[in-house]
Design a protein around this ligand. Sequence first.
Ligand SMILES: Cc1cc2nc3c(=O)[nH]c(=O)nc-3n(C[C@H](O)[C@H](O)[C@H](O)COP(=O)(O)OP(=O)(O)OC[C@H]3O[C@@H](n4cnc5c(N)ncnc54)[C@H](O)[C@@H]3O)c2cc1C
Length: 388
Amino acid sequence: SNAAQFGQCVEPLAIIALQIAQRLISALWCKKSFIFTASFTCVFVRTLSNPTKNSEDPLFRQTVKGQTVLQQVKAWAAGLWNLFLPAVSGLSQLDYAYIAEETGRCLFAPEVFNCQAPDTGNMEVLHMFGSEEQKRLWLQPLLKGEIRSCFCMTEPDVASSDATNIECTLDRDGDSYIINGKKWWISGIDCGDIMIQYYFLLHSHHSTILVPMDTLGVIRVRPLTVFGQDGTLFGLAVFVLHHCMRAVGLAEMALELLCERAASRRTFGKALYQHEVVAHWIAKCRLMIEQTRLLTLHAAHALDTKGSRAARKQIAMIKVAAAQMVCKVVDCAMQVYGGAGLSGDFPLAQMYAYARTLRLADGPDEVHLSSIAQLELRDQLKKAQAKL
Ligand SMILES: Cc1cc2nc3c(=O)[nH]c(=O)nc-3n(C[C@H](O)[C@H](O)[C@H](O)COP(=O)(O)OP(=O)(O)OC[C@H]3O[C@@H](n4cnc5c(N)ncnc54)[C@H](O)[C@@H]3O)c2cc1C
């Protein structure tokens, strides 16, 4: 029942169970018996997502859509589907943290398990606030993986890290609404069937609206690239905590790659790891990853036990810490790989591009730091008042 406490003990048993399940027993049996232990699920996730360290392998390439679809079928059959949504999976945020870390090791793994952004955030919103009709039309197909969605808030003409700047407007017109505005940086727009639009209503009121992509008047102007690459590779958006959990997995993967290279390459008569500076990078990366993992689990626990409002500070903290940590770790790995680290022959450049976007998407570091400071000052004030 408590993944943090029992995770370690369950894992060896889960590995044996997985072997038995693969050989003898149907996926259904294995779902019933083990699906709710996070460690077992992690073992299964690792087996299925099979992250590869060599970009030569076609599995690592996002473009191998066929592989993703094949693995989606396997994940669906094994019941490893929509694990992010507590109402569907029965998992807490803390349980899911371990799974998201595993999927973070491979950029396309979240899609295999229908746990990809921005669909996760949109499904959560529909689950919590959608009408029965909206759930039938949009939530059910999203949960089945039949359609995809996107979230549009950022606008090209205004600084969108300040939501009060948003200019897009919505006017009632009989039974319809007229939306007027421009959005950009819409992750998932290429394969989206609906979009959830964030718009300005009246006198600093903001709200959201569901817009099917084939609505008359929706015009897609141009695709954006990220670091010169196809922007569709970067499925980012709202669900902050899940990104942080995945960032820990991505950093683990980068450190693994770093250590392999440091052990196998030599300069000036010794292996790279024998140069003290490289050894210190390895140590510092391990420290940063462990610190961030604990902070992430703490935020997940706060979300489970106190709710999203009370966990605001923890979530803002982890948003900043995880993005900065994963950038630093991948950057160190790139340095150890030398020129190769920046090339397309290894996954690090692509990992860095993804990691770097985390410092901006869903709000830049600076805005979250300001929120943390504000909440800290509020807490300190409460403490001081309690003493009086
Ligand atoms: C790969 C990627 C995917 C994205 N996906 C989506 C998506 O799906 N949907 C969506 O709506 N948006 C998406 N975004 C957009 C992202 O959320 C915005 O870029 C971000 O919120 C910042 O808004 P902006 O670009 O308008 O920057 P601006 O608001 O113009 O801010 C520019 C800079 O000003 C500084 N700054 C701002 N406020 C403060 C402050 N209070 N204190 C100090 N400095 C400050 C920060 O350094 C900030 O980076 C995505 C972005 C990227 C890169």
